[in-house]
Design a protein around this ligand. Structure first.
Ligand code: ZN
Length: 381
């Protein structure tokens, strides 16, 4: 494929008349690619504000002994998670992600190895970030921070549902943060959304959902707008088993909440829970004939945060470093490259077009989309 491209490029320099034939070549080529995808289902998993420094490097040496981070009262955690090298530290922090998931797919965003993933919205806070993930564009003129408005653009969740002619129950979003009721869909009722402290009211009468709906009000988190990720995840997992959605977004929040509270020890605990959840999720995928071998998992975050002892806990317009994020993609159409190094830069707005491409849809048909499918995440023919 590479050889053919080189020939085409070389001939283009000397033969401008090739352009028409080239266009046909690419159009035919792209339609073949779209038709040959094996991905039938996509699960998007987001961990709010999980820093690339922690994902790729495990416990941060700058924060290990820093005062006012919760680390000084948590010696057992430091002993359990501290190792000499970043590779050892991340392995002990996220054993499933680094030993099973990453080698089967591609993980982009380790700045220390020449791989950058960046948000393009100017705000570097959650709503603009999730909206960029879910619509493939920054909407700086309207979504000016964590505003209390409905997403002005139909999301990729809604677009996929419409393009594939799916029932609303086949596209679902379970989130810890209540704002997802506004972020996840432009037209209320397009898809199934359960976000924040909310009873499950979707399709299927599921006993486990009823138990979790009650439980969430008895095990309150320290925050009013965000319930525990445990509730969100267990509901999402049960929904996958019972309703078998084709497209699913599971949105965790505690990695961000504990960071704002300046409890780095709890952030690390929350990252550990992210890893255990990914393990359970991937096991559920592999146990199900509806999902095994035909499901792509995309794991990412809405924004980064600071990289110093002074600003690690925060993010936003005043923290430029919070623009750096990361993304992991694993599935039947993704090459097993593991941790990427020295790659071209990828953007948060590229995730929605990547979802469309993996599902065999033409992302150009998603009106106003600004991103492009992430090439490193898709096998070349
Ligand atoms: Zn935040």
């Amino acid at each position: 494929m590479l050889g053919a491209c080189n020939v085409v490029v070389n001939r283009l320099r000397y033969d401008p008349g090739m352009i028409r034939r080239l266009l046909v070549f690419f159009l035919v080529g792209f339609s073949c690619v779209a038709a040959s995808r094996q991905t039938r289902n996509v699960i998007l998993f987001t961990a709010d504000g999980l820093r690339w420094q922690d994902l790729f490097g495990g416990m941060d040496p700058l924060l290990k002994d820093a005062k006012g981070t919760g680390m000084d009262d948590d010696k057992p955690l430091r002993t359990r998670l501290w190792r000499e090298t970043p590779e050892e530290r991340r392995q002990v922090l996220m054993p499933f992600f680094w030993s099973t998931l990453a080698p089967e797919g591609v993980v982009l965003g380790n700045l220390n190895k020449g791989s950058s993933v960046r948000v393009t919205n100017s705000f570097r806070v959650s709503y603009p970030g999730y909206a960029e993930i879910l619509t493939g564009r920054a909407q700086d003129g309207v979504i000016k921070g964590n505003v209390d408005i409905r997403n002005p653009t139909p999301t990729v969740l809604e677009f996929v549902r419409q393009k594939l002619g799916l029932e609303p129950s086949q596209v679902a979003l379970f989130a810890s943060w209540e704002a997802f009721s506004l972020i996840g869909e432009h037209t209320p009722g397009s898809i199934v959304i359960n976000a924040g402290y909310r009873n499950y009211e979707g399709p299927h009468d599921i006993e486990r959902m009823r138990q979790l709906s009650v439980l969430q009000f008895d095990v309150l988190s320290p925050w009013t707008e965000e319930r525990h990720d445990y509730i969100t995840f267990e509901m999402a997992l049960e929904y996958i088993r019972q309703a078998q959605p084709r497209l699913m977004h599971i949105a965790f929040d505690e990695t961000d909440d504990w960071a704002h509270d300046r409890k780095y020890n709890r952030v690390l605990d929350a990252i550990g829970y992210v890893d255990r959840s990914l393990r359970k999720l991937w096991e559920a995928v592999n146990e199900s004939p509806a999902y095994r071998g035909k499901t792509t998992l995309i794991v990412t975050c809405d924004h980064g945060r600071g990289g110093t002892v002074e600003d690690w806990h925060t993010h936003g317009e005043e923290v430029p470093a919070a623009a750096q994020i990361w993304v992991a993609i694993i599935g039947p159409d993704t090459p097993a490259l593991g941790e990427a190094a020295n790659t071209s830069e990828v953007f948060q707005r590229d995730i929605a077009p990547t979802i469309l491409d993996l599902l065999g849809l033409d992302y150009h048909e998603y009106e106003g989309v600004a991103g492009r499918p992430i090439r490193a995440a898709i096998k070349s023919e």
